[in-house]
Design a protein around this ligand. Structure first.
Ligand code: GLU
Length: 423
């Protein structure tokens, strides 16, 4: 019986929608909001499921399932990426849209959260098939998206090329050239300088702030990064350039470890566009072993539910910065916090991406473009302010940084919903 209960709790914790709702409820209670505010925020206000037919290269037609969730549009249009992944589910997209609302609140953007996803494996699709799928998705969701309604962006396994196809398709439907419909575009189509590396840049800024709090000098600090995709690869480069020792990295198939520091430039050169690189090596370790390596800073930058009650006791880092969405379960958060590990949560650490997406949208709207330095300076200001705000709230209220980030993140959305007379 006890074992059953323990198993149920573990399963519930892996349910990212449920655990997000649990923290939102606590955050709203602590802020003194009544139950109906939680009732509004526990699910997206709008959720669309679409079926997208695509003619494959062999002549057959394959029907793909896609989603677009819009969590809350009280503050402004909804905003958030679209992921292409075989594990996409309705529940995941819903939870991710809630996290986007929180991110927008934490870095104080005039947006609510949205998220999209398509069940597919882009690693097994041709360029032509991916184009068909991207355009089909935009046609299917075109009624509920738009530059003043809901603005998509890249996420797991989507990139600037996919954004370009989607922007082109939307512009055809809308009969206007409409760059502000989507962010993360190539620079020549109205993309922003610094957008591609923005998530990693924001994570780096959070790592710098967290390291100051723990008196860790980044020069020579031993860092482990799980994942070598968009966030993980740029991050390894930025930290390496700052003199840190990247002693471990991983991809979906395994991990590399060198206590003296890996040759990051070589690995960046050899990775494929999905971040795969460990297949080139023989002496690999597992992702599980990677997370438990002796290091100063651990950065999960891959997928959800990687640090759980099972391995939280074995984490040796003194700072954990979540570059991925949802890598640590609620139970693991408690264990790590009790062990005195400083945990910088996803909704804060990974908010650099949507921040520069907002800059891109602003530039598109005004038709005037900023230099890379301007973007970097503005991003730095936003991230440091957000970090300080969340850190101070955690200190003052004696709570962990995840709960404090949620408190900071829900406040503006709750206030805006109240002023609109929704609650
Ligand atoms: N997909 C990214 C995220 O999860 C970026 C979203 C955006 O730029 O709108 O934050």
């Amino acid at each position: 019986m006890v074992a059953d209960n323990a198993e149920n709790t573990a399963n519930e914790q892996m349910d990212i929608l449920k655990s997000t709702q649990t923290i939102i409820r606590t955050a709203l209670e602590k802020l003194g909001y009544p139950d109906e505010v939680f009732d509004l925020m526990k699910e997206p206000v709008r959720m669309m499921t679409v079926r997208i037919p695509v003619r494959m290269d062999d002549g057959s037609i394959k029907i793909f399932t896609g989603y677009r969730a819009q969590h809350n549009d009280a503050v402004g249009p909804t905003k958030g990426g679209v992921r292409f992944h075989p594990n996409v589910s309705e529940k995941e997209v819903k939870a991710l849209s809630i996290w986007m609302s929180l991110k927008a609140g934490i870095v104080d953007l005039p947006y609510g959260g949205g998220k999209g996803g398509i069940l597919c494996d882009p690693r097994e699709m041709s360029f032509r098939e991916l184009e068909g799928l991207s355009r089909g998705y935009v046609r299917a969701i075109s009624q509920i998206v738009g530059p003043t309604k809901d603005i998509p962006a890249p996420d797991v396994f989507t990139n600037s090329q996919i954004m370009a196809w989607m922007m082109d398709e939307y512009s055809r439907i809308d009969e206007f050239n409409n760059p502000g419909f989507i962010t993360g575009k190539p620079i020549v189509l109205g993309g922003s300088h610094g957008r591609e590396s923005a998530t990693a840049n924001g994570v780096t800024m959070c790592i710098e702030e967290a390291a100051k709090k723990r008196n860790i000098n980044l020069k020579g600090a031993r860092i482990v990064i799980q994942g070598f995709g968009n966030a993980g690869s740029f991050l390894s480069k930025f930290l390496h350039d700052k003199g840190a020792k990247i002693i471990g990295i991983s991809d979906a198939y395994g991990a590399l470890h060198d206590p003296e520091g890996l040759d990051i430039d070589y690995l960046l050169d050899r990775r494929d566009s999905f971040g795969t690189v460990t297949n080139l090596f023989e002496n690999t370790i597992t992702n599980k072993e990677l997370l438990e390596l002796d290091c100063d800073i651990l950065v999960p930058a891959a997928i959800e539910n990687q640090i759980t009650e099972e391995n939280a006791h074995n984490i040796k880092a003194s700072i954990l910065v979540e570059a991925a969405n949802g890598p640590t379960t609620l139970g693991a958060t408690k264990i790590l916090t009790d062990r005195g590990i400083l945990l910088v949560p996803d909704v804060l650490a990974s908010a650099g991406g949507v921040t520069v997406s907002y800059f891109e949208w602003v530039q598109n709207n005004q038709g005037y473009y900023w230099s890379e330095e301007e973007v970097e300076e503005k991003l730095h200001k936003v991230m440091v302010k957000a970090f300080d705000n969340v850190y101070q709230t955690a200190e003052t209220r004696r709570i962990d940084m995840r709960l404090s980030a949620y408190m900071v993140g829900v406040r503006k959305m709750a206030e805006a919903s109240r002023f609109r007379g929704w609650i």
